[in-house]
Design a protein around this ligand. Structure first.
Ligand code: AMP
Ligand code: ZN
Length: 466
C-alpha cells in the first residue's frame, strides 16, 4: 500500500485512485521564458519518481503537466525581442523536453499549453462571474473575491480571519507573498505598454488569463474533477494552489483535488535556488562541466522530497561515486558464470525496498537497502560463493527497482562478452587459486586469441575487448 503525506490534511494517507484503476495526477510545469534550472528539476525528478512508484504499486496513471507559455515573463521576453510569443517560447519548450530526456524523466500523457486552453479559461471565469465569486474591477480586469470562499487558506493552513486583515484591494501579480494576500486576478485587461500586441478577445474585453486559472482550466479539461493527486514545489502552495482550489471549487461546486503533495526546495548556500537570486545552475551548465544527466538525477532523487536539499559539487561527486559502485557490481554480476547453490539474500531486500517506498517514498531507506545488498553481493563474490543463477536474479532485481529509480547504470555499454570466454576466465581464476599455472596460462591464451584481454581489478578479473 503506497502512502504519502497530504499537505492539506497533514497526514500520511494511502494513495488510491477514486475510480479504482487510474490515478489522475496534475503537476505544475515550467514557465518557458528561459531554461529551467536544477531547482525546478528537483521537483520534476521527484514527480517522475512519484509517477513511477504509482505504477510500481500496480496502478495505471494519467498525468498532465502544463507548459505555461502566457505570463508576465514570457510576454516581456517576446516584446523585448520584438517577436511573436510562440517564436520566443518555442526554443525554451524544446530545451525543456531535451532536459527531461537527459534526466530520464518519463513522458507523461498530456503537456497542455496555456495558449491552447483560452476558451476553457474564459468559460470558467464566466461561470465564476455568474455565481458571484468574481467581479470586474475599476481597471477592467476580473478578480476572484476571496471573501466569498470561506475555506480559502485551507491548504496552507492560513486562517481566513488573519487573511481578511491582510486582504486589502486586489493583486494583479501572479506571484506574491502571504502578507500580500488580496483578491487575485482571473483575467488581466489588455495594457498596450505591458502586453505589446499579445492579447486574446473575451466577453470581458481584450486581455489574457491570470496564471492561476490556467492550471485549473487545463486540469479540469483533461483529467476531470476531482483529480487524485496535485503536485508542485512548496512555493506553489501559496498563492498558486490556494487560488486554484478557490476558483475550481467555486466553479464546479465540488472537490478539486483529493491529495496534495509538495516538494521541498533545492537550495544553494541555504537559499532557494531561483532565477531571481541568480544562484542557479541549468542542467546544461552541469553537463558542460562533465557531469551526466544520471548523476544529476541521482543527486536530486536521493534526498527525501519533504527535506530541503543543499546543492554542492561535492554532493554531485558523491552521486557519481554511488553510481560507480552500482556499476562495478553490475559488471561483476554479469561476469559470473560458475554454477553455485543459491543463498536467500535477495528476497528480504526485495520486500524491504518496497516497504521503504510505500512509507511516503522514503528514498533514503530504499537506497540503504540497495547499498546493503551491494555489500552482501560483493562479499559473496569475494568468497566465490555467488553463482550465475543468483547473479542473474540480482540483476533482475536491480532492473525491477530501476522501474522506480530510473537511474541505475544497467545498460550494456560494450558488446556482450561471449559466455565461453567468461567460462575460460572462471577456469583461469580457479587454476590460479590452485596454483595450476599451466592451465591458467592456457586459459589466458585462449582468451587473448579471441581478441580479449584480462583486466585485474580490486573487484576481481574482468574481460575487455582488445
Ligand atoms: P516556475 O517555472 O518558477 O513556475 O517553477 C516550476 C516548478 O519548479 C514549480 O513546481 C516550482 O515550485 C518548482 N521550483 C522552483 N524553484 C525550485 C527550487 N529551488 N527547488 C525545488 N523546486 C523548485
Ligand atoms: Zn499550476
Amino acid at each position: 500500500m503506497l502512502k504519502l503525506y497530504n499537505t492539506e490534511t497533514r497526514l500520511i494517507e494511502e494513495v488510491r485512485p477514486a475510480d479504482g484503476r487510474t490515478i489522475k495526477m496534475y503537476t505544475c510545469g515550467p514557465t518557458i521564458y528561459d531554461f529551467a534550472h536544477i531547482g525546478n528539476f528537483r521537483t520534476y525528478v521527484f514527480e517522475d519518481l512519484l509517477r513511477r512508484a504509482i505504477q510500481f504499486f500496480g496502478f495505471a496513471i494519467e498525468q498532465a503537466m502544463n507548459i505555461t507559455d502566457i505570463d508576465d515573463k514570457t510576454i516581456r521576453g517576446a516584446i523585448r525581442q520584438n517577436i511573436p510569443l510562440k517564436q520566443y517560447t518555442d526554443p525554451f519548450k524544446e530545451a525543456f523536453f531535451e532536459d527531461l530526456g537527459k534526466l530520464y524523466i518519463q513522458k507523461v500523457e498530456h503537456y497542455p499549453e496555456a495558449t491552447a486552453y483560452i476558451p476553457q479559461m474564459i468559460q470558467m471565469i464566466e461561470t465564476l462571474m455568474k455565481k458571484g465569486y468574481a467581479y470586474k474591477s475599476q481597471n477592467g480586469s476580473i478578480y476572484f473575491s476571496i471573501r466569498k470562499f470561506p475555506k480559502y487558506g485551507r491548504l496552507s493552513h492560513l486562517k481566513l480571519s488573519d487573511l481578511k486583515e491582510n486582504a486589502s484591494g486586489e493583486n494583479e501579480a501572479d506571484e506574491y507573498e502571504k502578507d500580500n494576500i488580496a483578491d487575485f486576478v482571473l483575467w488581466k485587461i489588455y495594457d498596450p505598454a505591458r502586453d505589446g500586441q499579445i492579447y486574446w478577445e473575451s466577453p470581458f474585453g481584450k486581455g489574457r488569463p491570470g496564471w492561476h486559472i490556467e492550471c485549473s482550466a487545463m486540469s479540469a479539461s483533461l483529467l476531470g474533477e476531482p483529480i487524485d493527486i496535485h503536485c508542485g514545489g512548496v512555493d506553489n502552495m501559496f498563492p498558486h494552489h490556494e487560488n486554484e482550489i478557490a476558483q475550481s471549487e467555486c466553479c464546479s461546486g465540488h472537490l478539486f483535488v483529493r491529495h496534495w503533495i509538495h516538494v521541498e526546495h533545492l537550495l544553494v548556500d541555504q537559499k532557494k535556488m531561483s532565477k531571481s537570486l541568480g544562484n542557479f545552475y541549468t542542467l546544461r551548465d552541469l553537463l558542460q562541466r562533465g557531469y551526466t544527466g544520471k548523476e544529476v538525477r541521482y543527486l536530486l532523487l536521493s534526498t527525501h522530497y519533504r527535506t530541503q536539499l543543499n546543492f554542492t559539487f561535492a554532493g554531485l561527486d558523491a552521486a557519481r561515486s554511488s553510481l560507480q559502485r552500482i556499476e562495478d557490481l553490475v559488471l561483476r554480476l554479469r561476469s559470473i558464470s560458475a554454477d553455485r547453490p543459491k543463498t536467500d539474500g535477495l528476497k528480504s531486500a526485495r520486500i524491504k525496498f518496497k516497504e521503504a517506498l510505500a512509507d511516503d517514498l522514503n528514498i533514503s531507506a530504499a537506497l540503504a537497502v540497495l547499498f546493503d545488498l551491494i555489500r552482501e553481493l560483493n562479499t559473496l563474490c569475494d568468497r566465490n560463493q555467488l553463482g550465475n543463477l543468483e547473479a542473474l536474479e540480482a540483476l533482475q532485481l536491480l532492473s525491477d527497482w530501476d522501474r522506480v529509480l530510473g537511474v541505475l547504470p544497467l545498460e550494456k555499454k560494450s558488446e556482450e562478452i561471449p559466455l565461453e570466454l567468461l567460462q575460460f576466465l572462471d577456469r583461469r581464476e580457479s587454476a590460479r587459486r590452485e596454483k595450476n599455472w599451466r592451465l591458467s596460462d592456457e586459459m589466458r591464451d585462449a582468451i587473448t586469441a579471441r581478441g580479449y584481454v584480462i583486466e585485474d581489478t580490486p573487484q576481481g578479473a574482468r574481460l575487455k575487448k582488445k
